[in-house]
Design a protein around this ligand. Structure first.
Ligand SMILES: *Cc1c(COP(=O)(O)O)cnc(C)c1O
Length: 541
């Protein structure tokens, strides 16, 4: 009820005109049926669609279930293996955390549902904001951005608006270290800034001399720095406070990319060590499942001076910088996941998780260092929550490619780590606190076994082209077919004893890397079938 004479209601796409009319009649509102709009009717689709067999084959629950199971069997997913993607923080998405997403109280609300009809989810959202404020040490959080990159954009827009509010229209230069995630530069450009790249030193840290020099050169044109902490080189940047100071001395703002918060929660707060604004990836550190473009939440967190420049409610966009998403709370329904995660973990549990994540990563680094040198470590030889393995150094001159190692991991029943990011010819491993020692060891054992396979090539015992690595992954089709390889079927299938009980076999062998992405082939009907004759064409069709 808005007033004595008006009320509002929220409906979704399944609500028909009849239902709305019935509701109005029940309230004694006389309904004048809208005249049928014949131009709308002309928009109705009358031809048949979804003609492919797959849409018509499965008509019983049994068949549907088996079809879905068949698809899942092809997938090397978290239900079979750790996914040690560095920088992506692929951790447990527990059933308990996910359950509330299915509740209609969260999942069936329209984004513009009136406040007094959505007290429950608004309480969850407000509490989540407060939890994130406490974790990050910032003064306010907006849950509006739908991805980390959108959070970056929102944060940079806040910085830009802040400078403008002080008459600093010329502050448009954004310094970004070369180790940064690609989204950083893209967001800066979208926010109307010019990117100046800052070098890293041989230890992978921001080169402070280069930073000082570039900040000096930028002078009063300096808008901001975007720095990731801990860095995507997997190391706690020791100079982080100095970096913040240098930027502030030049009147710039400090954006700390908080995607690596899994190494910080409970131990350090970006809002307290010198940053002005950060985004978080709730679909990394805080357990929302991600991958394959799944929904994200990339809240932007700011210190008090930037609060007036947080994204505004799309329903009252005149304040602030305007909205960055069409709904005030972005992907509101999945915010229940981090709320449950943080609530169940409690402060002690979150700190323990951070400690375990860092310990696990250091364990991997130590176990694998003699097989694959760890590219960057901090001053005391340790790393943060992920490590970069210098595979390129190992395979140099062998004729093998880093892809060969990544593909071979599938034969070991493991998902490959992040490959060639942020450094070419490396693998970046992030075990997270969710993986047990047994699973982390399974990964390390596989990597060490693969190192032996690389050594066979390095020693000249077998050529790169003939090696088990070059032909990986091995499908059942491969193994069952004529066998003329220089290695045995058993060494392809069972390089380690425990793999004799494996249940996963890749369903396709290697397709030439990105070739398919660059050379699109249309598998649908020839384009002529879609063409319409000119006489039938109407304007705008
Ligand atoms: C994942 C990530 C981002 C971008 O987040 P999206 O949600 O993928 O847009 C930015 N910076 C770093 C360091 C990341 O790991």
């Amino acid at each position: 009820m808005i007033s004595d004479t008006s009320f509002s209601l929220s409906v979704d796409e399944t609500t028909t005109e009849e239902i709305v009319c019935d509701l109005l009649k029940s309230l004694n509102v006389s309904v004048v049926q809208a005249a049928k709009d014949s131009s709308a009717e002309s928009l109705f689709r009358t031809d048949s669609y979804m003609k492919q067999a797959v849409f018509h084959r499965y008509h019983t629950e049994h068949e549907m279930l088996r079809y879905l199971r068949g698809l899942a069997d092809k997938d090397l997913a978290l239900d079979r293996t750790m996914i040690p993607l560095g920088s992506c923080t692929m951790k447990l998405n527990s059933t308990t955390e996910m359950e509330p997403v299915t509740w209609p109280e969260f999942s069936s609300l329209h984004p513009y549902v009136p406040a007094d009809e959505s007290l429950g989810i608004r309480t969850v959202l407000a509490e989540l904001e407060a939890m994130l404020v406490e974790i990050t040490g910032y003064d306010a959080v907006s849950l509006q951005p739908n991805a980390g990159s959108q959070g970056e954009f929102a944060g940079l827009m806040a910085i830009r608006a802040y400078h403008r509010s002080r008459g600093d229209l010329q502050r448009t230069i954004c310094l970004i270290p070369s180790s940064a995630h690609g989204t950083n530069a893209a967001s800066a450009v979208m926010a109307g800034m010019s990117v100046v790249v800052v070098a890293c030193d041989e230890n992978g840290n921001v080169d402070v001399a280069d930073l000082t020099n570039k900040a000096d050169l930028a002078g009063d044109k300096l808008a901001a720095i975007m720095v990731t902490y801990p860095s995507t080189h997997g190391v706690f940047e020791e100079a982080i406070s100095d970096i913040c100071d240098i930027i502030h001395q030049h009147g710039g703002q400090v954006y700390v990319d908080g995607a690596n918060l899994n190494a910080l929660v409970g131990t350090a707060q970006p809002g307290k060590f010198g940053a002005d604004v950060s985004h978080l990836n709730l679909h990394k550190t805080f357990c929302i499942p991600h991958g394959g473009g799944g929904p994200g939440v990339g809240p932007v967190a700011v210190r008090s001076h930037l609060i007036p420049f947080l994204p505004s409610d799309p329903l009252s966009p005149s304040s602030g910088i305007g909205p960055v998403s069409a709904a005030n709370f972005g992907s509101a329904s999945i915010c229940a996941i981090p709320w449950v995660y943080i609530s169940m973990m409690s402060a002690d549990g979150l700190l323990q998780a951070t400690a375990d994540a860092i310990l696990s990563a250091n364990y991997v680094a130590r176990r694998l260092n003699s097989s694959y040198p760890v590219l960057y470590t901090g001053a005391n030889g340790t790393i943060a929550h992920e490590c970069i393995l210098n595979v390129g150094e190992v395979i140099k001159g062998s004729g093998l490619l880093i892809d060969d190692i990544a593909k071979r991991l599938m034969d070991y029943g493991l998902h490959a780590p992040t490959m060639s990011f942020p450094v070419a010819n490396t693998l970046m491993v992030e075990p997270t606190e969710s993986e047990s020692l047994a699973e982390v060891d399974r990964f390390c054992d596989a990597m060490i076994s693969i190192r032996h396979e690389i050594d066979m090539v390095l020693s000249g015992a077998i050529t790169a082209e003939e090696s088990v690595l070059h032909h990986a992954p091995h499908t059942v089709e491969d193994i069952a077919g004529d066998w003329k390889r220089s290695y045995s079927r058993a060494s392809a299938l069972y390089p380690l004893a425990h793999l004799r009980s494996r249940s996963y076999y890749p369903s396709v062998s290697r397709i030439d890397a990105a070739y398919g992405d660059r050379n699109l082939v249309c598998t649908c009907a020839p384009i002529e079938q879609y063409a319409i004759s000119l006489e039938n064409a109407t304007v705008g069709s």
